[in-house]
Design a protein around this ligand. Sequence first.
Ligand code: AP5
Length: 219
Amino acid sequence: MRIILLGPPGAGKGTQAVGIAETFGVPHISTGDILRANVRDGTSLGVEAKRFMDAGDLVPDEVIIGMVDSRIAEPDAVAGFLLDGFPRTVPQAEALEALLVEREAPLDVVLRLSVPHDEVVRRLTGRRTCDGCGRIFHLVADPPATDGVCDDCGGALTQRDDDREEVVRRRLEVYTTQTEPLEHFYWERGLLRDVEAVGTPEEVAASATAVLRQYGAPR
Ligand code: AP5
């Protein structure tokens, strides 16, 4: 199955992607995670990307498209994938469409997670991420058993640099102007499905899985 998860920052894409990828047996490909790994490793891509990310702006299309092109050509992604955070602009969506036509590997579905903007700000300012395994927590909605420590691997929990409130508001503006047009892009192609992403993460997962089962069988 080839799935895109669409939705504003903090909609719960990363939270839901882990379970969906496992249920449907596809790799979870997050452009945000790939960029953050490059920032951590100090690569030239990471150095270039960091100034856009810290400001809440998008990394230039040509950088991102090249990165995704090589990632989806890897053997684990040939039979399917779950894209999280890509595409984010119409040129990215057009480039992906062209790549997939060339590979005769059409998309199955674009799942949009809908959440009100106020809820997004609350979610992102309370988010903590494990430095070791990447598990996502929330200080109120999904706190770790011990403050600052990951329940799964014992790693340290940290706040992302772009989760400060003023950067979150900028990311939301960018989403509205540059990414929301993709809803129409995919609606026109008959690929867009909507999931209300409010309620507990388990409730959202159940709604998302119910939609996705119409496109492919769980593993
Ligand atoms: P990226 O990492 O993709 O960030 P994002 O899309 O802004 O999304 P987030 O990771 O912030 O949120 P999410 O929807 O995954 O929410 P999560 O599950 O963590 O991108 C970061 C930056 O990289 C961009 O700003 C840009 O600069 C660059 N970039 C990346 N891709 C790019 C591209 N294609 N083009 C150009 N630039 C690109 O959940 C959030 C919080 O809410 C967590 O604490 C979680 O525990 C909590 N939560 C989740 N679900 C629920 C629930 N149901 N109820 C209560 N709390 C919940």
